[in-house]
Each structure stands twice: as structure tokens, then as C-alpha cells.
Design a protein around this ligand. Sequence first.
Ligand code: CA
Length: 222
Amino acid sequence: MRLLLVEDEQDLARIVQSGLEEETYSVDVCFDGEEGFFMAESIPYDGIILDILLPKLDGLRFLRRLREKGLSMPVLLLTARGSLEDKVKGLDTGADDYLVKPFEFAELLARMRALLRRRIPEKSAVLRVQDLEVDKAKREVKRGGKVVSLTAKEYALLEYLLYHKNVVLSRTQITEHIYNDSFDLDSNVIDVFVNNLRKKLDKGHPRKLIHTVWGMGYVLKE
Ligand code: CA
């Protein structure tokens, strides 16, 4: 899941960014509304966390423009002002939820999760492919009933592959989804990374799930 955070209080932005990255989200940060809007238009984010009081372009105008352009990703508004009027204005403008500063990180996380869940309708919190089971609530991965322990990034990669099962994903797509902009990419990194995940999931199993498609990328096949 790739998120955009637009927040001009840089300390707060960094804290929220690192907290979200620990939760396996990939997060881009912008410190003003104009740059943020440019990013939002250029990259298909899964969700946006948007401060209202921003330099250059304020959050409400940002949001209005975004919706006018037909961009419908979920937006969580942040503001220091907690008045009912602001809240109503924000929701009327097309925000999906609203959080008043100062907030607890856990609350931001819970709300963001809820927004993203609404966006991807799922019958159950457990994703299954053959004998692979991924419990999204517990973040637990099992193959053939045995727990497979993954790093946060490996888990994020597996979830991404699962959401696109039977679809070949290029190295660029994988990189963009898993890492944020600042990641200094060596093309081997993704190969090594996918191979590590493959070892953990497929080793010792007669039916392989993750396949390399020569010259194209990777696919998780049913
Ligand atoms: Ca602000």
C-alpha cells in the first residue's frame, strides 16, 4: 500500500512516516500543498493523509481539486482545528475521515486501515491461494498449515502479489509499491528480495507459487 502524507510540520511528518513504514506502508511525504497535489496527480496512491493548514495550497482546496479531477482515493484530513464547522466542510469537500491534532499514532493507523479496507472489499481477512494462507488481521502467513515468518517488507510484497495473483508484476511496479521515493534502487535488490520470499514460501513444496517471467517480472500463480 502506497500512501501520500502532506504535512508541513516536518517533525510530525517524519514521525508519522516512520510509524507507517514500520507497519509496511510505503509513504511519500510533501511539506506543502502544491507539491503534494502534483504527487497525488502523478502517482496512483492507495490513500492520502492531508493536513488542512498548509503552505501554497491548503488542504480543503487540495481536496476539492482532487475530487474535481475524479481522483477518488481515500483521504484522511488532519487539522489542529477541531470545530464542527471545519469537520463538516472537510467531509463535504470529499474527505473520507477526519482526525484532530494532537492525535495518537495508533488512532491514525486504525482509521487509515479502516479507510483502506473499505476501498478493497474483501469477503474475509484471510487470503488463500492453494495451501498458502495470509491472515491480514494477525499478519500471519502459513504454508501447508505451518507458520512462515516474514520481514515487514517481505509481507508487503506477498500481499501485493496476492492482490494481483496470476498477473505479472514488473520490477518497477514492485519497487514503486514496496519502497518510497528515497530508496536508492539497484535492480538486483528486487530480485534478491523476491528470491528470499520465494525461499521462505516455496522451498520444500512441490507446487511453487512465485514464478519468474523472463524479461517481464514476477507472478504469484494459483
Ligand atoms: Ca499545518
